[in-house]
Ligand binder design. Structure first.
Ligand SMILES: Nc1ncnc2c1ncn2[C@@H]1O[C@H](COP(=O)(O)OP(=O)(O)OP(=O)(O)O)[C@@H](O)[C@H]1O
Ligand SMILES: [Mg+2]
Length: 145
C-alpha cells in the first residue's frame, strides 16, 4: 500500500540569535527539502535563510542575550527533487521599543531583503513590537505535480 501525503510536511526549529548559529539554521532548512545541495533552488533557500536569520539577529530582540528566532519549513505535498514548493517562515522577537522600526521600503542601505524578494516567488512580513514573521515561498520545476 502506498500513502500519498495531501498536507504540507512541516518542521520547525528554534535557533539561538547568534551569528555562529546561522550556518546551523541554513543546514537545518536545507535538510528539510528534497533538493540536492547543487540545485539552484537549494542555493536560493540557503541565501534566504542566511538573510532572514541575520536580520533577526541584527534588527530584533532575538539578537539580544539569550534571544532566539524560529524557522519553519513547510513542504508542499508531492514535492520532489524535480518539482515542488516550500514555504519558509522566520519568526523573531520583534524590534522592541528601543530598536528601529521596519523601514525596508524606504531604506537605501538594505540589500538583504531586496535580494530575498528577488529570489522568492512570494514574500510577506508582519510585524508587531514583540514579533516579526516573514514568509517566503520558493517553487522549482513548475511546482508540485
Ligand atoms: N527582523 C527584522 N526586524 C526588524 N526590522 C527588520 C528586520 N529585518 C529587516 N528589518 C528592517 O528592514 C531594513 C532592511 O533590511 P535589509 O535586510 O534589506 O537590510 P540590512 O539588514 O539593513 O542590511 P543588509 O544589506 O546587510 O542586509 C533593515 O535595515 C531594518 O530596518
Ligand atoms: Mg539584512
Amino acid at each position: 500500500m502506498s500513502i500519498t501525503l495531501s498536507v504540507p510536511v512541516t518542521s520547525g526549529q528554534a535557533f539561538l540569535g547568534t551569528r555562529d548559529q546561522v550556518a546551523a539554521a541554513r543546514a537545518w532548512a536545507l535538510a528539510a527539502v528534497p533538493l540536492p545541495r547543487s540545485h539552484p533552488r537549494a542555493s536560493d533557500l540557503a541565501t534566504v535563510v542566511t538573510e532572514l536569520a541575520t536580520n533577526a539577529i541584527r534588527h530584533s530582540m532575538s539578537g539580544a542575550r539569550g534571544g532566539r528566532y524560529c524557522l519553519q519549513v513547510s513542504l508542499d505535498p508531492g514535492s520532489t527533487a524535480e518539482r515542488g514548493a516550500v514555504e519558509l517562515t522566520c519568526v523573531d522577537l520583534g524590534p522592541g521599543a528601543g530598536l528601529q522600526d521596519e523601514r525596508e521600503d524606504a531604506c537605501e542601505g538594505g540589500r538583504g531583503l531586496r535580494l530575498v524578494r528577488a529570489l522568492v516567488d512570494a514574500y510577506s512580513a508582519d510585524q508587531t513590537p514583540t514579533s516579526r514573521e516573514v514568509r517566503c515561498r520558493l517553487i522549482w520545476g513548475g511546482g508540485p505535480a
